[in-house]
Design a protein. Structure first.
Length: 284
């Protein structure tokens, strides 16, 4: 009996190892760069390329964070990025949800062909579109403003439209029928039934749409002047010593502060994603 119990325990341990081992290994691999950035942000500049390598600094240099904030005028440009990213995400999520609702719940001639065209836009490289867009924005006098991002948002996102379309297609048809019996039109059904119950899709697309303007370097550097640019562009040229040499430790401190809002955003939105999955997206 004891031998059978021991074998069962060994099999259970092996099964647990096979189940969670790859997950733990992947977590360690993904966490190592974050750990390196964090410890580097607390090093002296002389410890950055020291030999032997200093893994954990004996005297953490918290002053690096103060320098990262001061040299880059951090809060001002973080405000620029927050306004731009938040406005873009808010508009593009709403527009994409409305378009996805139309594709999912309403029939019209050419609907499927038009949806295929929207999906085809996913494979078009962004850089191919940028040159004609830049010329257009320059001729309209929209450079050094946030209007290009607003116009992009008003056009929706093919990825977000696809996600909302798939999400809304899973809603039971009885919801529409009951609302139509009560005299509700398509827009009222969308605002009172579909949008309030689209928490998982809104949270997921909101995070992805927020990430693009927040982390983008190319478009702000070409469309915005230095005083109106985003934090990503500002940080790229702000951290250097009096001799013009890169200040890697201060740069890493700025990177930690830069990604912190994204971590907080994901931690906040994750609750809504899990809640939406548990309730299958339909409120009682």
């Amino acid at each position: 009996m004891s031998v059978a119990v021991a074998r069962q325990r060994r099999a259970s341990v092996q099964e647990t190892g096979l189940r969670y081992g790859p997950v733990v290994l992947a977590a360690v691999v993904f966490a190592l760069p974050l750990f390196w950035v964090l410890v580097t942000s607390l090093k002296k500049q002389s410890e950055y390329n020291s030999s032997p390598v200093v893994i954990v600094p004996p005297e953490p240099q918290w002053v690096n964070y103060q320098l990262a904030v001061t040299l880059a005028d951090f809060w001002r440009f973080a405000g620029n990025s927050l306004v731009l990213s938040g406005a873009y995400a808010l508009i593009v999520v709403f527009v994409s949800a409305l378009v996805g609702y139309g594709f999912a719940r309403h029939r019209a001639p050419g609907r499927n062909q038009l949806f295929i065209l929207v999906l085809a836009l996913l494979i078009v490289p962004t850089f191919v579109q940028f040159v004609p867009q830049f010329v257009l924005f320059a001729r309209l006098g929209l450079t050094n403003t946030y209007w290009p991002w607003i116009l992009w948002a008003l056009g929706g996102s093919p990825f977000a439209i696809f996600l909302f379309r798939q999400f809304f297609a899973s809603f039971p048809r009885e919801l529409d029928d009951a609302a139509e019996v009560d005299g509700a039109g398509p827009l009222r059904i969308f605002f009172q039934i579909y949008l309030p119950n689209a928490g998982p899709a809104i949270a997921a697309t909101g995070i992805f749409m927020f990430l693009w303007p927040w982390g983008d370097y190319l478009y702000p550097s070409l469309l915005l002047h230095q005083e109106n640019t985003t934090l990503a562009v500002r940080m790229a040229s702000a951290y250097s010593d009096p001799h013009g040499n890169p200040w890697q430790t201060v740069t890493m401190a700025g990177v930690v502060l830069y990604v912190l809002p994204l971590i907080l955003l994901f931690a906040f939105a994750q609750r809504f994603i899990i809640r939406g999955i548990v309730t299958t997206g339909i409120k009682g």
